[in-house]
Design a protein around this ligand. Structure first.
Ligand SMILES: O=C(O)CCC(=O)C(=O)O
Ligand SMILES: [Fe+2]
Length: 321
């Protein structure tokens, strides 16, 4: 799709599906290998600690992940935090796990993703720190208390609603991409076309995170099944959710965010960095260890200070009653 088509579709619908942007072999296989290694480390550790009954050696990633997550969840381990490359919004300690690796950094700054981002944002591109890996087992295997947007169904929301008001005028672009096929059955995204032309709707706290009450949605959702290599661009006001994973397998995706340099990120407690720049090429972060260090510093700051504010919404809004 050429630049004008991306820009006009994005303006019209608030989302654009771009097929086969990434090469699964070249671009996604390193992520799979990285997470295989991480899973192996965690499975051996938890098995060694007697927290799970087997390390499930030799299983392919998907089955091994589902088996380990099921048992780890029962053992009370917040397993998703071991895989995510962001910090939780509260209760951060020196032991809070976070996964920073070269493979994840390389995906975050992948030239093919930045090329697409540049079409909408211009050439000075910052990585916004609101980003996640989502690894979702079959939903009935996730204990109710552990269900959230990273592990289970994501309720209806606008991404601007999960950022602080400081970023209301920041052009934050979401790029969502599956590592393994995202299907209607395993919980692909659902989007409401054109909903980005409306305002930011009040989000109410609830199971799975802050969410737009169903009766305030702009219309019916359109499911967006995707194959690995394809990417979905989302406007910050586009209303979207994920479906429930009712399959036997896992649903695995990354959601990354980009914005023009010089705008607030909406999550100031977390580190943003310059990923592409013609004006200040010397300030572009190119070493994954520098990125990891920034997050380490954010962690230290969160441990020392009172938990920063992450959300603008409270349950007391009239529409939430
Ligand atoms: O992957 C999901 O379940 C939700 C993703 C999402 O809401 C986002 O990437 O903004
Ligand atoms: Fe979202």
């Amino acid at each position: 799709m050429n630049r004008m088509d991306v820009v006009s579709q994005f303006a019209e619908y608030g989302y654009v599906l771009l097929e086969d942007v990434l090469d699964p072999e070249e671009d996604l296989a390193p992520i799979i290998r990285d997470y295989e290694e991480l899973l192996d480390t965690l499975a051996e550790r938890w098995f060694g600690q007697g927290l799970i009954s087997s390390a499930y050696r030799g299983l392919p990633f998907e089955q091994r992940f589902a088996a380990v997550a099921l048992e780890a969840g029962r053992a009370g381990i917040n397993w998703i935090q071991h895989f995510d490359f962001s910090l939780p919004q509260g209760g951060v300690t020196a032991d809070t796990p976070i996964h920073h690796s070269k493979a994840v950094f390389n995906l975050l700054i992948h030239p093919k993703l930045l090329d697409v981002a540049e079409q909408l944002l211009g050439p000075e591109i910052v990585v916004n720190p609101i980003h996640h890996v989502r690894l979702k087992p079959p939903e009935d295997q996730v204990p109710v208390g552990m269900r959230g947007g990273l592990t289970a169904r994501t309720p209806w929301h606008q991404d601007q609603g999960v950022a602080l008001p400081e970023a209301d005028n920041s052009d934050i672009l979401t790029i969502w991409l599956p590592i393994t096929a995202a299907t209607v059955e395993n919980g692909c995204l659902s989007v409401i076309p054109g909903s980005h032309r409306g305002a930011l709707i009040t989000h109410c706290p609830g199971v799975g995170g802050v969410q737009i009450p169903e009766r305030l949605l702009a219309g019916p959702g359109v499911p967006v099944p995707m194959r690995p290599g394809s990417i979905l661009l989302l406007h910050r006001l586009t209303q979207h959710a994920s479906l429930t994973n009712v399959s036997q397998g896992i649903r695995w995706s990354f959601d990354l965010r980009y914005q023009p340099a010089g705008q607030p990120t909406g999550r100031p407690a977390f580190p943003a960095f310059l990923a592409r720049s013609r004006a200040h090429p010397e300030q572009v972060v190119t070493d994954w260890r520098d990125w990891a260090t920034m997050w380490e510093e954010a962690r230290q700051a969160m441990m020392q200070h009172r938990d920063p504010v992450f959300n603008r919404w409270t349950a007391t809004a009239p529409v939430c009653a």
